[in-house]
Design a protein around this ligand. Sequence first.
Ligand code: FE2
Ligand code: FE2
Length: 234
Amino acid sequence: MKMTTADPVTMALFHAALRRDLARARALLGAPGGLSVRRRRRLGRHLLWMMTQLRWHHEGEDHGLWPLLLERDPDSWAVLEEMEREHEAIDGPMLQLEEASRGLVAGRAHPRDVLAALDALEPPLVAHLEHEERAGLPIVRRVLTHEEWQAFERREWIEGYTVPDTLRFLRWICDGVQERDLLGRGLGVAGPLRPMLGSLAGSARVPGLTVWAGTPAARMGSPLGMALREGVAP
Ligand SMILES: [Fe+2]
Ligand SMILES: [Fe+2]
């Protein structure tokens, strides 16, 4: 059987989706004229959902990925410890954003509370994503085959999801992505579903589907990081 190098494209797409929606949330919260109560509630719920996804992402890395990489490459311990420490440092600002988002849904927080929480979260989170793409993903590509990477993804990030959960997640990571030919790669999506992924790229503009629809934020694309441009792309 032909062994292929790990292609962690889903990690790059996940990171890009986080950066994209942090920017979109800022655009919405700072919009002249403010937000309707309905949109505030939707935004709060979306940010809460996103923080849950980020928590699963971190737990999968801390409990599943770093130990696997350490076993294959003991010399990578210092980088992997940095990754874990950075996750810990992001935890407090995540809680702050969740609290502000719950307040936005319940009508007891102001959009500026959410902006303040974003100010606390964004710098350490974005720095961590960049660090992981620069120092962590090269280890993944060096020591794992693509089959092993996909087994890790299934175990830590996919199993237990229902079909609606999976579709919501796929729609979210594909939103705003232009490199449509990359969307079917390594996403663990069955062949017949792959043509659908391209159409998910414009889903933010579909009325009723996202909190961004009908606002300039819906046109903000996904800032694919260096992880997708270097090493992953053919
Ligand atoms: Fe990550
Ligand atoms: Fe991470």
